[in-house]
Design a protein around this ligand. Structure first.
Ligand code: PLP
Length: 229
């Protein structure tokens, strides 16, 4: 485990990056944290940040440097897509066909092709969002996604159960990693965009990387504990 040092975002960031190496992209999850904290990470070279609330994401986008890549990592409501469509780099939590259609529509309005990850439910908790394996297979088999000209489907995202049982976490990540490979073969073989597997947070990113993560979303190990999740 990483020792969290509330005083030094720079040092925490350095440690996390050292553990990840070249194996995955680091999304620094800055939700609930002030602009000053983001600026500190930015000054150490971090350019990819993740937020989970639309209003907070828009506010930070407007007041921070424009070369930041903003990722929306939380649950997104279809009627709020319009606020982030002009600038968001990647939407991790696409969990319904309705949302995907809304993103496509808003992407068209601002003449962008918006990158998305499809969220798959892998945890035992009911509360975590995402498609089931069957729902996702059904949507992809229907061919609907091929008709969407303003989204790129770039891969999958998932969250493991919040537990200290490492075997369980490994099992859930492995399941998603295998499903990712299966979908790549069946639906995206000639699609170079379908390449990201967004798994791993502060407590489990090393396990996620062992199971094939290409993108980790790390918050508290960099910025310190939050008052809410
Ligand atoms: C908050 C959050 C994270 C980061 O959590 P930490 O445990 O602080 O690293 C990652 N992914 C999602 C979807 C989140 O909401």
């Amino acid at each position: 485990m990483i020792k969290i040092n509330e005083m030094s975002i720079k040092e925490n960031l350095f440690q996390v990056k050292e553990q990840i190496g070249e194996r995955a992209t680091l999304v620094a999850v800055s939700k609930t944290k002030p602009n000053a904290a983001i600026s500190e990470a930015y000054q150490s070279g971090q350019r990819v940040f993740g937020e989970n609330k639309v209003q907070e994401l828009v506010g930070k986008y407007e007041s921070l440097p424009k070369d930041i890549e903003w990722h929306m990592i939380g649950h997104l409501q279809s009627n709020k897509v319009k606020y982030i469509a002009p600038f968001v780099e990647l939407i991790h939590g696409v969990d319904s066909e309705k949302l995907l259609l809304a993103i496509n529509k808003e992407g068209a309005k601002c003449n962008r092709k918006i990158k998305c990850l499809l969220q798959v439910h892998i945890a035992s908790e009911e509360s975590k969002f995402g498609f089931s394996k069957d729902e996702l297979l059904q949507m992809l088999s229907s061919g609907i996604t091929q008709s969407l000209s303003n989204v790129f489907i770039c891969g999958l995202m998932g969250m493991a159960t919040y537990t200290t049982d490492e075997a369980k976490i490994h099992k859930e990540f492995k399941y998603l990693s295998e499903f990712f490979a299966e979908l790549k073969c069946r639906f995206f073989l000639n699609d170079k965009n379908f390449k990201e597997l967004s798994i791993g947070m502060s407590g489990d990113f090393l396990m996620a990387i062992e199971e094939g993560s290409t993108m980790v979303r790390v918050g508290s190990a960099i910025f310190g504990e939050r008052n809410y999740r």
